[in-house]
Design a protein around this ligand. Structure first.
Ligand SMILES: NC(=O)c1ccc[n+]([C@@H]2O[C@H](COP(=O)([O-])OP(=O)(O)OC[C@H]3O[C@@H](n4cnc5c(N)ncnc54)[C@H](O)[C@@H]3O)[C@@H](O)[C@H]2O)c1
Length: 400
């Protein structure tokens, strides 16, 4: 299969690119390095020393003799370039990861809000529009977020994989009919809002132009490396620990490695869905190699393997490492605690065996954090973004 990965230099994208190349597919990357530029803007960087993209690609070629091409293109702004590329490369599938993915970054200022909306919504729309204009039969796979369902208190209901059956009153006001609808969205940040908007774009293009689309609602990713990125130091994946891009579990593991207290928002009663990066790449392979039928509605899978309460995660790591826990003001405008009962059976029924949180794997991440801990800057740990103007600075972040 010929696969074009938009955003293939990123934290999820790079391991996906290598995994699909290792499985014998022809893979190419489209990435404008926006994420590396955000590192410069934030004066933060990956804890692990990531190589330049050309060096990564040369290393992969040296080890595997497989070539991966990179096209430096802004998917959100260069529509003509994207269309030309799709027409000339004729991919069978496009994996779309080219979005600004940090909730705290999206809440930093009006400029960051506008950038996130313009970048993410235009990148998604340009991709869909170019697929239609190319006339090619391309399967689009997108990574969305479990956050589209919202982190409400739960109320005893189960989050389905995308669709929900509801009863709607008939026009005569007497009867009721069952109707399948997309689960209502309830975004908790500008970033999450863009993922909700993406869903409408997918719905429209699927209905109007019969584009085959798989939308993977992913949980918070933890871990750093996969079997492929471990093959050579130059292939190492990025590890974000800062208050904007660092995701909660990786931040805790890194904080414990460098002797920083684990920074928990509020009471830590927030429940989130999680997935290990190795499972992210396996899920993508399952989605790509089992495309929807022609005429099938947008396929939505929940890409997560377990849920945990933030305070429980902190306690688990504190018990494991003896580090301290610090409860700080929560910069987010969210319920102090929530449940997240969610279904995630589809990918498992297709063959995913979940990599669950256990001390061995967490230890591996702590080892990485210890190994590269001298690159750590304590000033980068606090999350400076505020969801509401009245809130004060806090020093934790859930990340995506
Ligand atoms: N990391 C997580 O925990 C997580 C959780 C849920 C969902 N996701 C989703 O998965 C996807 C990938 O996330 P990630 O962690 O790899 O993010 P990332 O920021 O590391 O990677 C995104 C990549 O897209 C590129 N990009 C952004 N805008 C672009 C544009 N306009 N044109 C070309 N390239 C562009 C960036 O340079 C970067 O390499 C995102 O859409 C994110 O919302 C991630």
């Amino acid at each position: 299969m010929k696969i074009m990965v938009l955003g293939g230099d990123g934290f999820c994208g790079w391991p996906i690119v290598l995994h699909m190349s290792a499985r014998g597919h022809e893979v190419m990357i489209v990435d404008n390095l926006a994420r590396r530029k955000a590192d410069e803007e934030l004066k933060a960087g990956s804890l692990t020393p990531i190589c330049s993209l050309p060096d990564r690609l040369n290393a992969w070629h040296e080890i595997t003799e497989r070539r991966i091409q990179w096209f430096d293109l802004d998917v959100a702004r260069d529509y003509d370039g994207l269309l030309d590329l799709i027409e000339s490369q004729q991919p069978d599938a496009i994996v779309h990861l080219a979005e600004q993915r940090s909730a705290p970054y999206s809440m930093k200022s009006p400029r960051h809000k506008r950038y996130t909306v313009e970048n993410n919504v235009s990148a998604t729309h340009n991709t869909l529009c170019a697929i239609v204009e190319s006339g090619l039969d391309i399967h689009l796979v997108h990574i969305g977020t479990m956050g589209v369902y919202g982190y409400g208190s739960g109320g005893g209901t189960l989050i389905p994989e995308g669709y929900l059956t509801v009863e709607v009153p008939t026009s005569d006001g007497i009867g009721r009919v069952a109707k399948e609808i997309r689960h209502p969205t309830d975004p908790g940040s500008i970033y999450h809002m863009t993922k909700c908007l993406d869903q409408d774009l997918f719905h429209y293009y699927n209905k109007n132009d019969q584009i085959r689309i798989t939308d993977l609602h992913q949980g918070v990713v933890w871990g750093t490396n996969t079997e492929d990125t471990l093959r050579d130091e130059r292939l190492i994946n990025r590890f974000d620990y800062d208050g904007d891009y660092g995701t909660v579990l990786n931040r805790f593991l890194m904080q414990s490695a460098v002797g920083h207290p684990l920074t928990v928002h509020g009471t830590g009663g927030q429940t989130r869905a999680f997935i290990h990066i190795q499972d992210t790449v396996r899920c993508l392979a399952l989605a790509l190699e089992n495309p929807p039928e022609h005429g099938e509605r947008v396929r939505i899978f929940n890409q997560m393997t377990e849920t945990h309460r933030v305070a429980d995660l902190a306690k688990m790591i504190a018990d494991m490492t003896g580090c301290k826990i610090e409860y700080v003001d929560n910069p987010r405008n969210e319920a102090p605690q929530n449940e997240l009962p969610a279904t995630a059976k589809n990918l498992q029924s297709m063959g995913l065996t979940p990599t669950l949180l256990e001390s061995g794997l967490m230890k591996e991440v702590i080892d990485i954090a210890q190994r590269y801990g001298d690159h750590y800057d304590p000033d980068r740990i606090p999350c400076r973004s505020q969801w509401k103007a009245s809130k004060t600075d806090a020093s934790a972040g859930i990340g995506s």
